[in-house]
Ligand binder design. Structure first.
Ligand code: HEC
Ligand code: HEC
Length: 327
């Protein structure tokens, strides 16, 4: 039982003091208040993210390489980065942006209602308040995508992981510049993913640890990569400074600017233009790309490694969450 450290929302304080609520309930009700309640849903209502090889859809197995591999590492024991039938579901309302990804890490036939993971991002574009939920299958099993229980109404860890476990998943260490993450893989169904590239962004955190996630963006002068969205600086004090950062200035930027070929990339994905997913549908030559973007991409890489440089213009991403609530 985690008791909120600050009491800016009265009912959380009362509940904490009474010791009656689990951290799952405390987080769920804070998210429902700050963003909106999320209803029961069904992964089958989502759109399947295609897996193609040389432009041809593969549906009967997970090929080792494909045209647009998933950029989140599916990990050991998975069928690689080209697993068909992950589904994206847009549960957005008038006032909330809600993206669900029902992820397949191992091959299951089309129409399977089981998945390896269900991830939810809920965001209030007015205030920036953002919540994160994850349900995960035990090794070798699947998590059901049918009648998925409401993450904001959960009371225990029977379906959704505890918020402490979600903090440990480091969602916001990758999703560091804005809530929603583009990759060529999800880019295939981008119409079904909400976006808020320049909006306020902060994590709802009734004392659980979400506010330890990085929320600094770069403001480089005349940088052509910053015209469509922010780039985050990742953790300012990474646990291992020698390691590549995972977020929007690090691995993701490298995979989408031709500096590193992502795991699972086929021949087509490894060369220009597919190797340079940023900006999406650039449509001109590699020489033109280099003229417009190469220096900007290099400056971002430099600021990723050393964000304290003057040129990086590091600044905290603004939100309208009560700051006191986040400590
Ligand atoms: C290692 C980096 C990384 C971490 C950690 C991470 N994500 Fe993501 N996430 C991605 C990438 C990359 C994509 C785009 C899909 C792809 O290519 O795999 C994505 C896509 C998503 C999507 C689909 C909608 C969108 O924004 O594209 C959701 C929902 C999501 N993530 C939720 C979560 C949650 C919840 C967590 C933590 C429990 C999490 N993510 C942790 C990298 C990450
Ligand atoms: C013409 C517009 C445009 C330009 C210029 C552009 N991008 Fe993007 N980029 C996008 C869009 C659209 C997304 C998805 C936006 C979102 O998620 O809010 C995106 C997403 C990203 C992401 C994933 C994080 C995220 O917010 O989804 C990274 C990393 C990224 N861009 C890097 C770059 C780099 C590096 C450059 C410069 C070489 C660049 N971009 C230039 C349009 C652009």
């Amino acid at each position: 039982m985690k008791i909120p450290r600050a009491c800016s929302i009265a009912f959380l304080c009362v509940a904490g003091a009474a010791g009656a609520q689990t951290s799952t309930q405390i987080y769920g009700s804070a998210c429902a208040t700050d963003i909106g309640a999320i209803d029961v849903f069904d992964c089958a209502n989502g759109v399947a993210v295609p897996v193609t090889v040389d432009g041809v859809a593969v549906t009967d197995h997970a090929p080792a390489t494909c045209d647009r591999p998933a950029l989140l590492n599916n990990g050991a024991g998975s069928d690689g980065q080209c697993v068909p039938f992950s589904r994206i579901l847009n549960l957005s309302t008038e006032t909330a942006q809600i993206a669900v990804m029902c992820r397949q890490k191992r091959f299951r036939a089309e129409g399977s209602t089981d998945f390896d993971e269900i991830d939810v991002i809920a965001h209030n574009p007015d205030t920036g308040a953002t919540c994160w939920f994850q349900a995960k299958a035990d090794a070798g099993a699947g998590v059901s995508g049918q009648n998925v229980p409401s993450p904001t109404a959960a009371t225990d860890a029977s379906f959704w992981q505890t918020p402490e476990a979600v903090v440990a998943e480091d969602c916001g260490v990758c999703h560091d510049n804005d809530p929603f993450m583009y990759s060529p893989f999800v880019g295939q169904v981008w119409a079904d993913v909400p976006v808020d590239p320049f909006g306020p962004y902060g994590h709802v955190d009734p004392g659980i640890g979400f506010s330890d996630w990085p929320l600094h963006a770069m403001n480089l002068r005349d940088n052509t990569c910053l015209s469509c969205h922010r780039i985050g600086a990742g953790l300012l004090m990474p646990p291992d400074p020698a390691q590549e950062k995972p977020g929007s200035c690090g691995a993701l930027a490298q995979w989408m600017t031709g500096q590193v070929v992502p795991v699972g990339a086929d021949e087509q994905a490894s060369r220009y233009p597919a190797s340079h997913a940023m900006p999406p549908n650039f449509g001109r030559s590699e020489a033109a790309w280099n003229v417009i973007y190469a220096q900007s991409a290099a400056d971002i890489q430099s600021c990723c490694a050393d964000p304290g440089q003057d040129m990086c213009g590091l600044a905290e991403i603004q939100s309208y969450l009560d700051r006191a609530q986040n400590r």
